[in-house]
Design a protein around this ligand. Structure first.
Ligand SMILES: *Cc1c(COP(=O)(O)O)cnc(C)c1O
Length: 216
């Protein structure tokens, strides 16, 4: 909301990427954004089996120009992808609820371990983003981050885990983790972006704890 106000005061439009939050987690247009863009590939559809994206605005002029651009130059989604997405939306609320519950429990577990540093999850009251997240988000996504120190330890952790798949995408049914520095992101070598799936919470915590123990 603060960014939208400052940008509008300067005469700029505001576009928000709402991929991680999904429309059930955060409504940027209500917070002042002019446009929302998002991938539909991640938590919105959640099964890691399709590629979609969308743009939303309440401004008819922006909508018409974006629609014209999309129709003349963009990719038009296939019927089967749309059918899969529509079917997947029915479980969005259930999936997000488990993502959030798993992330909250896992963040607590990680924060209590001396061999894990830099745990970030906006749903934790001591997280720097908590005040904004709790005021502006209806629910906190299942994506968190932490640091395991170095590349080798991340590799041993991923190798030892039975439930965590190494993958760049996030927001799916299955828990995934990505060491971002391998793609050139300006993150530390041990930084892990971790996306909680919908596995049983106790199973996921036990698996992550055992994999961390095995990683040394
Ligand atoms: C993945 C992602 C995209 C791109 O989405 P695709 O559907 O994979 O093309 C855009 N924005 C954010 C924040 C993403 O995480």
């Amino acid at each position: 909301r603060a960014v939208a106000g400052a940008a509008h005061a300067a005469g700029a439009l505001v576009a928000v990427d709402n991929t991680t939050a999904t429309p059930l987690g955060q409504r940027p247009l209500d917070l002042g954004a002019d446009v929302v863009v998002a991938s539909g590939t991640k938590a919105l559809t959640g099964h890691s089996d399709l590629l979609l994206g969308y743009l939303v605005t309440r401004d008819a002029g922006l909508r018409d120009s974006a629609t014209t651009w999309r129709t003349t130059t963009g990719g038009v989604p296939g019927a089967f992808d749309c059918w899969l997405a529509h079917r997947s939306l029915a479980t969005l609320d259930l999936r997000l609820a488990r993502h959030t519950a798993n992330a909250g429990a896992l963040a607590d577990l990680l924060a209590a371990r001396p061999d894990v540093t830099g745990v970030r999850w906006p749903g934790r009251p001591d997280d720097p983003a908590y005040p904004v997240a709790s005021a502006q988000m209806r629910r906190v996504p299942g994506v968190l981050s932490f640091d395991l120190g170095d590349e080798g330890r991340v590799a041993r952790f991923l190798g030892a885990s039975r439930l965590v798949a190494a993958a760049t995408s996030f927001g799916g049914l299955h828990t995934t983790a990505d060491r971002r520095a391998q793609w050139g992101d300006a993150t530390t070598p041990g930084f892990v972006r971790f996306s909680c799936g919908v596995e049983d919470t106790a199973d996921l915590l036990a698996d992550v704890a055992a994999a961390l123990d095995a990683a040394g």
